[in-house]
Design a protein around this ligand. Structure first.
Ligand SMILES: *Cc1c(COP(=O)(O)O)cnc(C)c1O
Length: 294
């Protein structure tokens, strides 16, 4: 950040977005100390901070169990402190908040709040419901209360850890420790014979689907997209496959089946053939691209 500011100047950076347990970083949490330092740094340069709070509750749980000085704080207290290091947050409620749809923008800054409240009428609906149905707002409010309970989060993340332990005992390569909502299989190590342009992570996701019907998500070269100027792919260091756990959906038996399915693909890994892309949409290609076995 320092070098970027030196290059372009702080006034060219309207805000810094901080996200918790992001996919492209293997679902790993950020520490309170990290947030504190980002806040101190941005304050010094007059840059605002917006927090992507989508998985902030999972992150609060990790801070509680891992970071020194937080063991005796409640998750709600931790979350409040996390939010205090931002000017506002965006929330995709259908993740941590246990609801089907919705989200919100919340602000610590009255001036921006006024402007946002005015704009929401133009783009979404009145600020009191933000384009959502009232009952969805109500579900979200209840979701906040439930998701911030430690028992809930211990059960949720415990399920991810359970699958992680199983995969570890089989010798499957994945990002460790596991993330809050997800396990990331390491496709480069899983399928070392595939070149990056044969889409190892996409291939692994496809093989897992064929084996078991389990739908995973590529987070590698397909997700990275193309350089706008040169038109070439970006070549990310990591080729990961995300096994996401929707909260309160799976039983332990589902978890066992998942680990067994990954094991079955792993046993046959030497016969796996890579993919070529046969359809590439213009934007966010990882959602809609199509592939064929080479
Ligand atoms: C899902 C997600 C979004 C997008 O939210 P939608 O509700 O799907 O529009 C934004 N940020 C993060 C971190 C997410 O996980």
């Amino acid at each position: 950040m320092e070098s970027l500011i030196n290059k372009v100047g702080a006034n060219k950076i309207p805000y810094v977005c901080v996200a918790a347990t992001v996919n492209m970083a293997g679902g790993q949490p950020i520490s309170m100390e990290n947030l504190r330092q980002v806040h101190a740094f941005c304050s010094k340069h007059g840059i605002k901070i917006f927090f992507d709070a989508t998985r902030a509750m999972e992150n609060a749980y990790f801070i509680k169990v891992r970071e020194q000085g937080y063991q005796d704080k409640s998750m709600a207290e931790i979350l409040r402190e996390m939010c205090s290091y931002s000017n506002g947050c965006t929330m995709s409620a259908k993740k941590d908040l246990l609801v089907n749809i919705g989200g919100f923008l919340a602000l610590n800054d009255y001036e921006i709040f006024e402007e946002a409240r005015n704009m929401v009428v133009v783009y979404e609906g009145l600020h009191t419901y933000g384009g959502l149905a009232g009952r969805d707002m109500e579900a979200m409010a209840l979701g906040i209360e439930e998701a911030i309970q430690e028992d809930h989060m211990r059960a949720r993340i415990g399920q991810v850890e359970y699958v992680g332990e199983k995969l570890k005992s089989i010798g499957i390569p994945f990002v460790q420790p596991v993330g809050g909502h997800t396990i990331f299989l390491d496709a480069k190590k899983f399928l070392p014979n595939l070149k990056q342009l044969e889409f190892p992570a996409q291939t692994l996701a496809a093989e897992l689907y064929l084996e078991s019907g389990i739908r995973a998500m590529e987070r590698g070269i397909v997700s990275a997209g193309r350089n706008k100027e040169t038109g070439d792919h970006y070549y990310p260091k990591l080729e990961l496959v995300r096994l996401t756990f929707p909260p309160r959906v799976y039983t332990q038996a589902h978890c066992d089946v998942t680990a067994e399915a990954v094991e079955a693909v792993y046993e046959n890994r030497n016969t796996v053939i890579g993919l070529e892309m046969i359809y590439e949409p213009k934007y966010l290609r990882f959602f809609q691209a199509r592939f064929k076995r080479i």
